[in-house]
Design a protein. Structure first.
Length: 64
């Protein structure tokens, strides 16, 4: 899955994330990446990002 690699996530990209409290139900939140929080090159659960609206979660898909 490309969202598990940090190099595939760019600041300013539109993404869908799953926030910590929505991990069980899988509810996705859309937004624009402000900051990439994961330091490692890849992560098995997805790269953690902060969106411009302040929400934090792991990227599930890149929208554009």
């Amino acid at each position: 899955m490309p969202t598990r690699k940090r190099k595939n996530i760019q600041i300013g990209a539109k993404v869908s994330i799953v926030e910590k409290h929505n991990q069980r139900n899988g509810k996705l939140t859309k937004g624009v990446v402000k900051t990439i929080l994961t330091n490692s090159g890849n992560h098995p659960h997805g790269i953690k990002v902060k969106l411009e609206n302040g929400k934090v979660g792991r990227v599930k898909s890149v929208l554009g």
